[in-house]
Design a protein around this ligand. Structure first.
Ligand code: XMP
Length: 513
């Protein structure tokens, strides 16, 4: 894709993708690559700047990731900024000393004193609050470098020409008060021009996919269509250039919410246009329930879900003589399933890292949800698409927790989800929430209904607010809504208890498993 002005070398920090997102918010596009791929990229591209991300590695660790060998560390070819581990790595490779002095360790909020005259800190107060997360610290700078910020130790450094910079804290994190300004200053120094434009990006995605598939013109492309904002937007982007080569496959897994299959059809209609010849709907509910119902372990459930999901797609690939599979996988999905650089696996996503026999394409791999929503708006898709809250592929299977899944339990959790969704809509609260999770917990307990003892299920209600699902705040419902939800759910004869979960992410994840 053209228009990339910044290379972000990913050393596996959970914040790396937020750097890319923040730069895009500031109008500049970047590419995020692990060090080895960065090397290849640098051979063919001329970025204006290179950012080295943070990491949980120490530069002295055995096997610690290192600088791309093609990186021009003089800063002559492009401006360089090392963040946290990135700064330590730069300092180490240029002859500085990195140590672990106990007194210099910082985790969480920290105060720094900046050199206000330095262009990186232009228009920023001398003392400001930042977010830090490091045990190692640069204690001796490489030759030719000066300290441009201090906290408990050296908090930022620059070489004489201000072309090689390092920041020990994280400017990309919202908790760093002036973080966005620091990154804006960095962009100003780098000479990057604003070039994030949704329409441009849509054309680039079309070009990229066409470039990938033009060698095999007779081969079809299969797209996993869930009706969510990602797959709907992706199909709307691709159908004008691929026409009948694009085949969208939607699966009724038995884990969908009430009315979901109708929504899928409606969204397909708005994305693909009337006629929707390209949409295939497959009913595989029985297959999924039969296989997944035998386990209660979250990761095992995900593994089984993936297996069946993959088989269905393989059948469709064969049937339609497809040569490619194209998916709306986002940067967030890749990072959390351990497929972005060297990040740690949190959950196996149902459609990430599947080993297909044909080529798989992920044109949204560098994008965040809110960016895809922007693309959807640009394409004039209806609000039902760009405002749609996410729903995981394995669906309600992930929301029957700590107890084997059965059709009855799926039906119960589906009904409970609809009840809570309707209440939130009635109170106009659905717009404040990024995702609602209603789950059946494997805790049966005693209750009393009328004059009778009952022994029944517990339901957990959880809503979160987030912009990128990397972190999330638990949503606190007003009392009146808590009461209304509890009363409505316990009207069901098998539900005796309702729990509300406001745990933020981290430490909890959005879904229960
Ligand atoms: P977590 O629970 O990891 O969820 O905080 C972040 C976002 O990802 C969704 N999610 C998935 N989506 N397949 C998907 O398509 C999956 O396997 C999957 N697991 C989690 C989750 O609903 C939330 O929006």
């Amino acid at each position: 894709m053209n228009g990339i002005q910044i290379l972000i070398v990913d050393y596996g920090s959970q914040y790396t993708l937020i750097i890319g997102r923040t730069l895009r918010e500031l109008g500049v596009r970047s590419v995020i690559l692990p060090p080895k791929k960065a090397d290849i990229w640098l051979l063919n591209n001329k970025p204006k700047a290179v950012i080295l991300s943070g990491s949980n590695w120490s530069v002295y660790g055995e096997g610690a990731p290192t600088l791309p060998s093609k990186l021009d560390v003089t800063g002559k070819k492009y401006l360089i900024l090392g963040i946290c581990y990135g700064m330590q790595l730069l300092a180490y490779k240029l002859g500085g000393i990195i140590e672990q002095p106990h007194a210099h360790r910082e985790y969480g909020p920290a105060e720094v004193e900046l050199d206000e005259k330095h262009p990186l800190f232009k228009n920023i107060p001398a003392k400001t609050e930042v977010w830090a997360s490091h045990g190692d610290t640069v204690t001796t700078l490489p030759k030719g470098f000066t300290t441009i910020a201090i906290s408990k130790g050296i908090a930022a450094m620059a070489n004489k020409k201000n072309r090689v910079l390092g920041i020990q804290f994280h400017p990309e994190v919202a908790h760093t008060k002036e973080g966005k300004k620091i990154l804006q200053n960095f962009l100003n120094i780098s000479g990057c021009k604003k070039n994030w434009d949704p329409m441009n990006l849509i054309h680039q995605i079309q070009e990229e996919v066409l470039g990938n598939v033009s060698g095999e013109k007779d081969k079809k492309l299969i797209l996993g269509f869930s009706g969510g904002v990602d797959s709907t937007t992706l199909s709307a982007i691709l159908v004008p250039v691929l026409k009948e080569r694009l085949i969208c496959v939607a699966i009724d897994t038995g884990g969908v919410r009430a009315g979901e299959m109708e929504e899928i059809k409606a969204n397909a209609l708005s994305a693909l246009g009337a006629g929707i010849k390209n949409l295939i709907i497959i009913n595989a509910a029985e297959k999924f329930i039969k296989n997944i119902g035998t386990t209660i372990d979250g990761e095992e459930k995900r593994a089984k879900f993936r297996e069946i999901y993959k088989k269905i797609f393989e059948e469709q690939i064969k049937k339609n003589k497809a040569g490619f599979i194209v998916q709306g996988t986002l940067a967030t999905d890749l990072i959390e399933s351990g497929h972005a650089g060297k990040s740690v696996m949190i959950k196996t996503h149902h459609n990430v890292g599947l080993d297909w026999k044909i080529n798989d394409l992920h044109p949204f791999r560098n994008l965040f949800k809110y960016e895809v929503r922007e693309l959807a708006k640009t394409l004039k898709l209806p609000p039902a698409v760009y405002e749609r809250n996410p729903f995981p592929g394995p669906g309600l299977y992930l929301r029957v927790v700590g107890t084997p899944v059965s059709k009855e339990k799926l039906d119960l959790v589906r009904e409970a989800d609809k009840t809570v969704t309707d209440i939130l809509k009635k109170h106009n609260m659905d717009k404040n929430i990024s995702q609602l999770i209603v789950a059946l917990l494997g805790i049966n307990s005693v209750g009393v209904k009328g004059d009778e003892r009952v022994y029944g299920h517990s339901i957990a209600v959880r809503a979160v607010q987030t912009s990128d699902f990397m972190t999330a705040k638990g949503y606190y419902f007003p009392h009146i809504v808590v009461e209304e939800i509890t009363s409505a759910l316990t009207k069901h004869k098998n539900i005796v208890r309702v729990f509300f979960d406001m745990t933020p992410k981290p430490p909890a994840t959005t879904e229960f498993e």
